[in-house]
Design a protein around this ligand. Sequence first.
Ligand code: 5AD
Ligand code: SF4
Length: 450
Amino acid sequence: MQLTVNSTALKNMQKKVFIKSFGCQMNEYDSAKIADLLAMAHGFITTENPDNADLIVLNTCSIREKASEKVFSDLGRLRSLKKKNPNLILAVGGCVSVQEQTNIFQRAPYVNIVFGPQTLHRLPKMYERACKKEKRIIDTSSPQIEKFDYLPPPSQTGPIAYVSIIEGCNKFCSYCIVPYTRGREVSRKMDDIISEVKNLIAKGAKEINLLGQTVNAYYDSTNNSNLSTLIHEIAKMVDIKRIRFTTSHPAEFTDDLFNVFANEPKLVNHIHLPVQSGSNRILKLMRRGYTSEEYQDIITKLRKIRPNIVVSTDFIVGFPTETDEDFAATMDIVQKINFDASFTFIYSPRPNTPAAKMEDNITLSQKKERLSILQNQLGIQTRQHSKNMIGTIQKILVTDHAKKYPDQFSGRTESNRIVNFIGSENILGKIVGVKITEALTNSLRGELYE
Ligand code: 5AD
Ligand code: SF4
């Protein structure tokens, strides 16, 4: 009892950080690292409630205008918290920081710290300076992958773990802001990645998600290793049962990557491969570096190796000059590939990108109409794929108790679909067979299968 009182008292004394993550998985990963860094440097614990935080971190995303603007509306709301608690420190990180720089202080003068995706390891020091009443602290530079040398071992526990292996992007797709905000492509050393994976195994990891904006461009020149080498190395670790990677680029799909799908059973039966458009004219304007036919060839080849591979993708509609004919080509590739899942976006002009200088000649209502036609067709395909799973036995990595039903468990299929089913405590963290019985919109239901 004494111990409980003391630990509660201790918890109340500990500094609390509220971290809000916007955007991609890479940002989620960075947010987890920010929490680890602050815990190590200043004993911070994370809180879900911004009202009782000593430090609030917004880890922002600028991929589309809406995501960027959301940050400023959030900052507007946080102003009242700052008034209530003048000691509260407010930090803005992520891609919006790099894009907006000191504009953030202009638009929200009560922000204390602005940092970027490549300087997050410097946040603890910046926080100390802010506590000493230094104002408008900013560091959004891109030191070459220095941050990984300063990160503590991961504190994250659980069967599914994420590891960033390559930072930034060199592709410069004409619409995309990422190469400007996250900087140029830099791969981590394979040895560092392997030791991070070992740490994650010690915390219960069974599945490793390798992350990068163009993850299949990974290359470590010190030992001539690429993504395939890395997957084979990780697969040698007996505790790791599943490996996945995201996001890959069609122009970097090398023969040895096909070979890993052929030879490495721990590599999951799922590929997320953004196509963006089915029109060769638009793909060229987007500077994607492949044609619609080349994309289709990759999927055909993958399906030869893994007939049931689950294919998901990203689309952008309403790119400048996209005609009805271009859009028809997009609908054509949708029909030909029969995607399992997809993310669809209306083109959003981003500052200083080449596409932003092109005339955005498609009306918003046209863009919305195309989006809705596309989503409708993709939705039909996704629902059909889900229905086809009914009656099949899926290998499920059991991750949690189901959110809504305490007697149920929740896990992930190889294609990352959520499945809920009744089970017993001893299956947590294990891979079990589950027979799918029902397909819902966002999840599946099933029964444990011996
Ligand atoms: N407008 C709309 N969608 C975009 N994406 C990237 N940049 C833009 C933009 N300017 C989409 C692409 C990418 C996904 C992560 O976000 O589809 O694959
Ligand atoms: Fe952006 Fe293209 Fe790089 Fe993806 S590959 S992050 S869309 S520039």
